[in-house]
Design a protein around this ligand. Structure first.
Ligand code: ZN
Length: 83
């Protein structure tokens, strides 16, 4: 099991978990499930190892058959909306 160390954002404890990860590449959104990642128990930040990040990029570039494709609703908020 990979040692992730403390969260680089908040210093919280990071534990390995299988997560769902959304990843944007060349304007497209990809979702990967069952991804091993270090998840901060405090803020929820996900940390990928270099090996996993590389595997995901490789899959995006070479996958010809995806397990499934979903449609994602998109809404653009009006520009004058108060923050
Ligand atoms: Zn954190």
């Amino acid at each position: 099991m990979h040692e992730y160390g403390d969260c680089s954002f908040c210093g919280g404890e990071v534990k390995e978990n299988k997560v769902e990860l959304d990843y944007r590449y060349k304007g497209k959104l990809f979702i990967f499930q069952n991804v091993p990642a270090g998840v901060c128990q405090q803020c929820g930040e996900k940390n990928l190892t270099a090996k996993v990040a590389k595997e995901i990029e490789h899959r995006i570039q070479t996958n010809e058959k995806w397990d499934k494709t979903i449609s994602v609703p998109v809404d653009v908020l009006p520009g004058e909306m108060a923050v």
